[in-house]
Design a binder for this molecule. Structure first.
Ligand code: FAD
Length: 485
């Protein structure tokens, strides 16, 4: 009978699949005697469940890791599937929970759903927290109260705030223990299913080699951060542009799923110093972490950016017609442009692509092939393990020149020059396009210039389009909308 008097709190895991620096979980543990940790696979949910196939595989492994961390704390992850509100109601009824806790998400669909859930479950006093970002999107605004659309002043304001109040980046420790329901109580939870029943893994085994590139979960995320800071952060300024070297942190999927928080990253990076006094490499890295914040700020204030260009002129952009074959060649890494194909194949094989190459393949799709950025966004969403609703939309709008603080449309990346600058010896290209192994550095980024016999020996496609002609075509297309409002 005694357990009936205990306060039971339901803690809802979302984009925060970790125990450390999890404010909602910590509050649940402080305020309740027993905590019911729950993950809901809600088919109508945009942020975590309605994601692409690569992210679903990551999610499976991340939930597995979380289950194991919870068991180490004497707890259990309760998994359910269905409309979040229905599932929560049923779990509350079955468990006798009288409190509900979660960390906030910021996409328009989730905000609307959560608002409704908060109202409907008001008898459980829902409490929500910021576990995803350094600052709430409504906390870092211009002096006139409007949101930033340009990154540099956004960074200046955000970093000044964090430097003035270092507590903003002070993470919370993981709860020592997380007492949960007894086995008898847990048996009453009629909605719960096993992780396998969520069916997150594909029938075909394509994910096995892909996931061999990764170690998923909270502990590997922290290890990856520490290894990166030890080896790579000081060279990050240069290393981050070289796709052949491991010059970036590869923390993006961990950050996306909340296996590590940006607070933890900046806290460990800054190590007691102010952000703005960090040496160059570390400072640039801190700025990248804050780009992620900027993406969420844009998403919150301009939710239409998920589908529509922020620069409204682009709504009437004259995109190419009958481009299906070109889109397919791009997706499959068969465009005949080595660095583009290398990037697309890296994405397919590992679920990740180097940032510089994301910009190159994006520019090629949108400008040389005149295919709407939304098609690229959709492909990335399905194939990236770090597919993130805010960063992906911002990245694609940046590439297409129609976003906030975007690269201007007339800046058409030349993939040959980009390759020659950032992958001089063609190491990255030959890693992902082995058909080109043996081609000299002089021709590795433009094999179409090899003499006839050498070219004929290569089992590699001719370029899909002429880079110079399509650049001019892109600029002509842009001139149609340039002066419009
Ligand atoms: C077309 C396009 C699509 C993109 N889609 C995504 C996406 O779906 N998910 C995603 O996380 N990033 C996306 N990015 C941003 C960036 O490419 C990745 O965050 C980065 O390559 C991840 O590798 P990393 O963790 O090694 O980054 P690092 O260089 O080590 O940076 C550290 C962290 O900072 C953040 N970050 C770095 N650059 C950016 C950026 N430009 N915008 C937002 N956050 C950034 C990421 O969380 C990253 O993990 C996209 C960029 C482009 C151009």
């Amino acid at each position: 009978m005694a357990s009936l008097e205990k306060i039971i709190g339901l803690f809802w895991f979302r984009q925060d699949l970790r125990l450390a620096d999890n404010p909602a979980l910590s509050h649940a543990c402080k305020e309740c005697d027993l905590v019911l940790p729950v993950f809901i696979d809600d088919p109508a949910e945009q942020t975590i469940s309605q994601v692409g196939s690569a992210s679903r595989v990551w999610l499976h492994q991340s939930l597995e890791a979380l289950q194991s961390s919870l068991r180490d704390k004497g707890s259990e992850l309760f998994i359910a599937q269905g409309a979040s509100l229905d599932v929560l109601r049923s779990l509350i009824d079955d468990s006798g929970a009288s409190r509900v806790f979660w960390n906030r998400c910021y996409d328009p669909q989730t905000i609307a759903r959560d608002t409704q859930i908060k109202q409907t479950l008001s008898h459980c006093q829902p409490q929500t927290f910021n576990g995803l970002l350094l600052n709430e999107p409504w906390q870092n605004l211009k002096a006139d109260g409007t949101p930033y659309r340009v990154y540099t002043p956004y960074w200046r304001a955000a970093s000044a705030k964090m430097d003035a109040s270092p507590d903003i980046i002070k993470p919370i420790k993981a709860p020592k223990e997380i007492p949960t329901l007894s086995a008898k109580q847990a048996a009453n939870l009629s909605q719960c299913v096993s992780l396998d029943e969520l069916d997150l893994l594909p029938d075909k085994q394509w994910h096995v080699p892909l996931m061999a590139h990764w170690k998923v979960g909270e502990k590997p995320a922290l290890t990856r951060l520490r290894q990166f800071l030890k080896k790579g952060a000081s060279d990050y300024g240069e290393g981050r542009n070289l796709p052949a070297v491991a010059g970036t942190s590869q923390l993006s999927p961990h950050l996306h799923f909340g296996e590590i928080s940006p607070r933890q990253v900046l806290h460990i990076l800054a190590d007691g110093q102010s952000l703005n006094s960090l040496p160059d490499g570390e400072l640039i890295f801190a700025k990248e972490i804050v780009w992620r914040e900027f993406a969420y700020s844009l998403l919150y204030h301009f939710p239409q950016m998920l589908n529509e260009p922020l620069d409204r002129r682009f709504a009437s952009f004259p995109w190419g017609k009958n481009t299906e074959n070109h889109l397919r060649a791009w997706q499959q890494g068969q465009t005949g442009v080595p660095i583009v194909d290398a990037g697309m194949r890296q994405l397919y094989a590992t679920g990740w692509m180097h940032n510089r190459v994301r910009m190159i393949v994006g520019s090629y799709l949108v400008k040389n092939l005149l295919i709407p950025w939304q098609s690229g966004e959709e492909w990335f969403r399905d194939k990236l393990v770090d597919a993130d609703i805010a960063s992906n939309a911002m990245g694609w709008q940046w590439v297409a020149g129609c976003g906030a603080d975007a690269s201007p449309f007339f800046r058409v990346f030349n993939p040959v020059l980009q390759g020659e600058k950032f992958d001089k010896a063609g190491e990255y290209v030959t890693r992902w396009v082995p058909e080109l192994a043996g081609v000299s550095a002089k021709f590795i980024h433009k094999p179409w210039e090899l003499d006839g016999q050498a070219r004929a020996q290569l089992d590699y496609p001719e370029p899909l389009v002429d880079l110079k002609e399509t650049r001019v075509r892109a600029l002509d297309a842009f001139s149609v909308i340039k002066g419009t409002k």
